[in-house]
Structure formats: C-alpha cells, structure tokens
Ligand binder design. Structure first.
Ligand SMILES: NC(=O)c1ccc[n+]([C@@H]2O[C@H](COP(=O)([O-])OP(=O)(O)OC[C@H]3O[C@@H](n4cnc5c(N)ncnc54)[C@H](OP(=O)(O)O)[C@@H]3O)[C@@H](O)[C@H]2O)c1
Length: 285
C-alpha cells in the first residue's frame, strides 16, 4: 500500500475506506472485505453510528491492529474541555481498540480550540497518535494553526474534480499539512462526475473505469482519499490505481472543469441538531 509521511513522521495509506452513510451491517462487511483485500486505513466517526460495526470487522479481519491506520471523529457537541476525553474513550470502547491513529475534529463549530488542547493531552497519553481537522477553512483554520502545539496532520475537505480546493491545497502545502478528500467521487449515489465525457474518454485510454481516473487525479494532486463503497468490486478497483498516472495535459483538462462548488455545506444548519446526534451515539449496533 502506497503511503504518505505525515508531519509527525507517521505513515498513512494514500487510499483508505470511508464508511459515512453505511449501515452497521454494510460497514462491517465493507471494512472486513477491505482489510482482507489490502486496505490498511479506515475512516469512521462517532456521528456515522457504525463504530461498533467497524470494530467488529477489524477484529474479524485478523489484520494486526498496529498495521491499520484507524481514524475516527468527534462532533462539536463534544467540543468542551470536560467532554472530549469521555467522547474519545467512548469511541475507543465502541471500536474495541485502545488507541486511534488519528482523531479528527469533525466541524469548525463550537469550542474547537478547547477541544484541540485536550486532543494534544491525549496524544501525549498515547490514546490518539495524531490530530486532524475536518472542514476547517479561513479564520477557523488560522486560529487552530496559531494556537496548536501539535500540528494537525491533515485537513479533510469536500474535494473532487468539481470542487478542486486549489486555494486550500496551497495553504496546507505551505503548512506541511495534507489535504484528505472526502466525497472524492462526488458523494454516495452521485455518478454525474464519472459520467462526464472527459472521464469516459480517459477511462477508455487507460483501460480503467471513470471512477478510477477520478481517484488517480486525486493522487496525482497529492491528496489522500477515502472513497466509500459497499461493493467488493469497487473496493478492489479503488486500490488498483498505481499502474498509471495522468499526463500534465490531462491534469490541465481536469483543472478546467473545476466549479469550486461544494455540494454539502455543513456547519450553519446543523447546529440545532448537535445534541440530538450526541444522544444517539450509543444506540448504534
Ligand atoms: N469529514 C466530513 O465532513 C465528511 C463528509 C462526508 C464524507 N466523509 C468521508 O468521506 C468518505 C467518502 O465519501 P462518500 O462515501 O460519501 O462519497 P464518495 O466516496 O465520493 O462516493 C461513494 C459512492 O461512489 C460509489 N463508488 C465507490 N467506488 C466506486 C467505483 N470504483 N466505481 C463506481 N462507483 C463507486 C459508491 O457506490 P458503491 O457502494 O456501489 O461502490 C458510492 O455510491 C465517507 O465515507 C466519509 O468517510 C467525510
């Protein structure tokens, strides 16, 4: 598995499996199949309500814990000094592990600086090995960078050929922080990007699927990817990306279709629902 070296020296696989909007049954089956077929990075979150299922799959896969880069996220309703530690401990218990490779602050909302400080303590204690951000832009990103003692290793952002994140990539490169693309294919059930003639033609040229061309574009841009899938065939295809790369001219053609448009704008409307999410973490199967 191809890896990148994070700013704390840890190796992280370039391709992982994301389990957003997979039911516990789907997540368990996908994670087990993925680990048994070469994946070594799994991305979940307390708000995906499938951490227990991910934990069962890890156990069943017989892949050694230390060979897996395991990421989970905590939600802003837990961004309070006294809530971060119990939230992380609950996540560890649901996953059935005693550390996370990466803990992500899921949204730039609430008291994220307070939460970040507690995360730094948890790194020192070995409960988490690295900290990352999710959906941090502009002043929120700048505040974390100004306050942190331990740098985040990546910032995970909605990113795909219609939302290429050139501006954030430049900033993150300067700060030595990776960009991890979520919705790398445009999101669950969205085939509109893969359907574009550009990707159909490139797929024919390289003998790959349009989705593999899109995922290779991410890799050639230097992004980490966590495509979601419940299909064994797609899971295998999403690892089979390393026997070709796109030319400079093809990268330019893809750059030209950027609309700089996010499909999922998250923070504002979600605030009233935060306590609701929190009450449900433990109901997951
Ligand atoms: N931090 C955040 O705020 C945030 C937000 C959203 C998502 N995420 C993370 O990003 C991950 C990826 O997002 P996502 O799963 O929603 O969207 P995605 O990876 O862009 O797309 C997943 C969709 O693509 C299909 N697919 C996957 N591989 C394929 C292939 N090789 N050929 C054809 N179709 C393929 C899947 O269907 P099949 O199941 O049929 O393969 C599914 O419908 C999530 O799982 C989550 O971990 C993070």
């Amino acid at each position: 598995m191809k890896t990148v070296t994070l700013n704390n020296g840890m190796e992280m696989p370039v391709v992982g499996l994301g389990v957003f909007r997979l039911s516990p049954e789907e997540a368990e089956a996908s994670v087990k199949f993925a680990l048994e077929n070469g994946y070594r990075s799994i991305d979940t979150a307390n708000v995906y309500f499938n951490e227990k299922a991910v934990g069962r799959a890890i156990k069943a896969s017989e892949v050694a814990r230390e060979d897996i880069f395991l990421t989970s996220k905590i939600w802003p309703s837990d961004f309070k000094r006294n809530r971060v530690r119990p939230a992380v401990e609950a996540t560890l218990a649901r996953l059935g592990v005693d550390y996370l490779d990466c803990l992500v602050l899921h949204q730039a909302a609430g008291k994220y600086l307070e939460a970040y400080e507690v995360c730094e303590e948890l790194v020192k204690e070995g409960k988490i090995r690295s900290i990352a951000l999710s959906n941090f832009y502009g002043k929120h990103y700048d505040k974390v960078l100004a306050h942190c003692k331990i740098k985040p290793v990546f910032n995970t952002l909605e990113c795909n050929p219609l939302c290429q994140q050139h501006k954030m990539k430049e900033i993150l490169d300067k700060d030595g922080i990776f960009l991890e693309s979520w919705y790398p294919l445009g999101g669950k059930g969205n085939t509109s990007i893969a359907g574009l003639e550009l990707f159909q033609n490139l797929a024919k040229k390289y003998g790959k699927t349009p989705q593999q061309i899109i995922l290779r574009w991410h890799i050639d841009r230097g992004y980490i990817i966590i495509p979601g899938s419940k299909s064994p065939k797609h899971l295998q295809q999403n690892l089979d990306l390393f026997d070709f790369s796109l030319t400079e001219e093809e990268m330019k053609q893809i750059e030209a279709i950027d609309q700089n448009k996010q499909r999922l704008a998250v923070v504002g409307w979600i605030r009233p629902f935060l306590p609701l999410f929190r009450a449900n973490y433990n109901k997951q199967q």
